[in-house]
Design a protein around this ligand. Structure first.
Ligand SMILES: [Zn+2]
Length: 440
């Protein structure tokens, strides 16, 4: 099961271009937006400034030119060059307030870009320290930069530094007291912090683990064994390389209910940016738990590969399929009943039904989504699914991604699935542990 929450509240950053009011140098408006326009102008103003070091007008014009060039560079995500130009502007400007705001916004946007793409090994590699530093630089220049405070809170939250995250979000809330999203986030973290404060940290190269001390004493339980198994199996299936640590919180069962008031009552594990699981201090069997973690970790990978551009039902189907491969084999009793009653759900209904508070409706939606993934894996293999996910990551529409990867429409795949369903239902019911192979 998955619960998604938004990690960053978007408040538009303000970038200010400042008009340059020197005779003969003033930029026409359309030129001001042109990245190539500024370097020669800056060179000219630097020369003038060197020749006339006491001319305040030249100096201010140069500061404004640095500012404007920095703003345009930032709009093109050339963060380091943008920051260097705005820093120069700040050093020489007689009126630095607007420039400070701009530089603060650039630091924020740079940090946000790193944080939002923390799984993309590009030129800018995300680390907790560099993203945190950028957020703090943004706040130092403009203590009212709400975005930067929210970002700092997000970074600390994902690093499992709960008091630091709470502090940053409280400062943000003080600036925008009427913003309900910030209030919701604060009450969520306060609930979580009260449960998670005394948790113990466990080292793992791929996961940032916090675990309740009572369940950490369970002699039968080794969270690293389970997570390493899950990571090795599931990441390999998606040919996925994980470049940051996924936060994991292990609760004892009572605390789990206390911390996750938003989770549906029947969900055993959740992923909301962190993988959250619950065990008891005396639990001996971790087969179902391992399967749940396989499920949630699949959501982590799908979220990263598609940049959260995967239909919920396809995502859930894949998570169930990974459970089938490496965990507990899903059951399809609800699907079998729906098949014989002729109450199979339309695929267009699945996303809604998955979230239904009615357990039976949700279970059917999960089983149907699973059976579809099972079908296309059996018929076409694994490669096409990876193609679909890559295309979704490049913002391709889901129907187009399916068509491009499979050569047929989603509609055709659904019809083929439907025609094959009887085979699945009879074979699965008789022998759920062996795969009923797709028969051409
Ligand atoms: Zn799920």
């Amino acid at each position: 099961m998955a619960i998604y929450t938004r990690l960053l509240i978007k408040i538009i950053s303000i970038y200010l271009l400042i008009a340059i009011s020197m005779p003969g140098i003033a930029a026409p408006d359309q030129q001001m937006q042109n990245l190539d326009y500024w370097p020669p102008l800056i060179a000219k103003l630097e020369q003038l400034n060197a020749q006339n070091p006491n001319d305040q007008n030249v100096r201010n014009s140069l500061a404004n030119a640095y500012n404007n060039y920095g703003v345009l560079l930032a709009q093109n995500k050339q963060w380091n060059a943008a920051e260097a130009n705005l820093q120069k502007a700040l050093q020489i400007s007689a009126k630095p307030n607007e420039i400070k705001k701009n530089l603060s916004n650039v630091y924020f946007s740079h940090g946000n870009d790193l944080f939002s793409n923390r799984d993309n090994p590009g030129i800018n590699i995300y680390t907790y320290n560099n993203a945190k530093q950028l957020a703090n630089q943004a706040i130092a220049l403009n203590t009212k930069n709400v975005n930067a405070l929210l970002l700092l809170g997000d970074i600390e939250y994902m690093e499992q530094n709960m008091p630091a995250a709470e502090r940053a979000w409280q400062q943000a809330a003080a600036l925008v007291p009427d913003n309900q999203d910030v209030q919701k986030r604060l009450s969520k973290i306060q609930r979580e912090t009260s449960v998670e404060t005394d948790m113990q940290s466990v080292f793992n190269p791929f996961f940032n683990i916090k675990i309740d001390r009572s369940v950490a004493q369970n002699p039968n339980f080794d969270i690293n064994d389970i997570l390493n198994y899950v990571h090795n199996k599931v990441a390999a299936d998606f040919q996925y390389t994980q470049n940051y640590k996924v936060p994991v919180v292990v609760y004892n069962t009572d605390q789990y209910r206390q911390a996750l008031v938003d989770a549906p009552g029947w969900a055993g594990a959740a992923y909301d940016g962190k993988i959250r699981i619950a065990i008891t201090p005396t639990q001996k069997n971790f087969k179902q738990l391992t399967s749940d973690i396989i499920h949630e970790y699949t959501h982590v990978i799908i979220g990263e590969m598609t940049k959260n551009n995967c239909p919920r039902w396809f995502n859930e189907g894949l998570a169930k399929y990974e459970e089938y491969k490496h965990g507990v084999s899903p059951r399809i009793f609800a699907l079998a009943t729906a098949y014989s009653d002729n109450t199979i759900l339309k695929f267009s209904q699945l996303n809604t039904e998955l979230l239904s508070p009615n357990k039976n409706a949700a279970v059917l939606a999960y089983q149907q989504a699973f059976s579809f993934i099972y079908f296309i894996r059996q018929k076409y293999g694994e490669y096409n699914i990876l193609q679909v996910l890559k295309k979704l990551g490049a913002k391709t529409d889901f129907n187009d991604a399916i068509k491009q990867a499979y050569g047929v429409s989603l509609d055709t795949l659904e019809k083929d699935w439907r025609a094959w369903l009887a085979t699945l239902i009879t074979t699965w019911a008789e022998n759920p542990d062996t795969a009923p192979a797709y028969q051409q």
